[in-house]
Design a protein around this ligand. Structure first.
Ligand SMILES: [Zn+2]
Length: 256
């Protein structure tokens, strides 16, 4: 079976539902987190239309997720953002202001506020999440060394406000679930050994582990919707392109 298709994605979500996990958005989790939960996060780096398709699948399955959109050009698709919000999902800002402003903190915070306000016209944004900008030397999270997102009405940024000693982290960065080597910034500090004990390559590996009750009670799953496609050509294009990017990112990572 091909991985990273919508059929596989649906199976993944259904398995967690069948195994008693509830799905919470980022802002619900901050207010009160359930005993057994999946925090489903989508970083919409490209192709908002894929995010829309995934949002519809989730709505049909009766769950909610958090969608983080970027502000740059075609990724900021107002119609799609509104439609996804209307389905009951959370919308947040996938910010990369510091790298867009070349490390100029004063310019970056103005840039951030201006763009956050653009989002707030569409949705009452309460959470934000950094874009990794793998090819930039700037870490977008560093903006919060100088400023405080809480001053902008933001209650959470997962990299700071989720307790990863408790929440097991899974991300499809690198188009695989064990892509630590291909990820420059999308990493968290897990409780000792957790990421070594539980390593998964394919989505089917995760599904099987969930079925066998091998996964912790609290999990965050990050996906990049552009990666998930049933149509063969977009799927194959993403596969080839991601392999190229992995080589570049590995090189950037080694160089640091
Ligand atoms: Zn991103």
């Amino acid at each position: 079976m091909r991985d990273f298709t919508l059929i596989t994605y649906k199976k993944l979500v259904q398995t967690f539902i069948a195994n008693g996990y509830s799905f919470q958005t980022q802002q619900e989790y901050i207010k009160k987190n359930n005993a057994r939960l999946v925090l489903l996060r989508h970083d919409v780096d490209l192709k908002p239309e894929n995010a829309y398709t995934i949002a519809k699948i989730e709505k049909k399955l009766g769950i909610q997720a958090s969608y983080y959109f970027r502000i740059v050009d075609e990724r900021f698709d107002e119609t799609i953002i509104k439609q996804i919000a209307e389905m009951g999902h959370e919308i947040g800002y996938h910010y990369d202001d510091l790298s867009l402003c070349n490390g100029n903190y004063d310019a970056a915070i103005k840039h951030f506020e201006h763009h956050l306000n653009k989002f707030k016209k569409l949705y009452p944004v309460k959470t934000i999440c950094m874009h990794g900008s793998p090819l930039s030397k700037w870490d977008n999270r560093d903006l919060w060394k100088k400023y405080d997102y809480k001053d902008f009405g933001i209650i959470a940024e997962p990299y700071f406000d989720v307790d990863f000693n408790e929440v097991f982290y899974l991300t499809d960065t690198g188009r695989r679930w064990d892509g630590d080597n291909f990820s420059v910034r999308d990493k968290v500090n897990q409780k000792d050994g957790l990421e070594k004990e539980l390593k998964f390559r394919s989505t089917m590996d995760i599904i099987n582990a969930a079925k066998s009750e091998l996964l912790p009670d609290k999990i965050m799953i990050t996906t990049h919707p552009q990666r998930w496609d049933d149509r063969f050509m977009p799927w194959a294009k993403e596969l080839v392109w991601q392999n190229v990017k992995n080589v570049i990112k590995k090189w950037v990572y080694v160089k640091r």
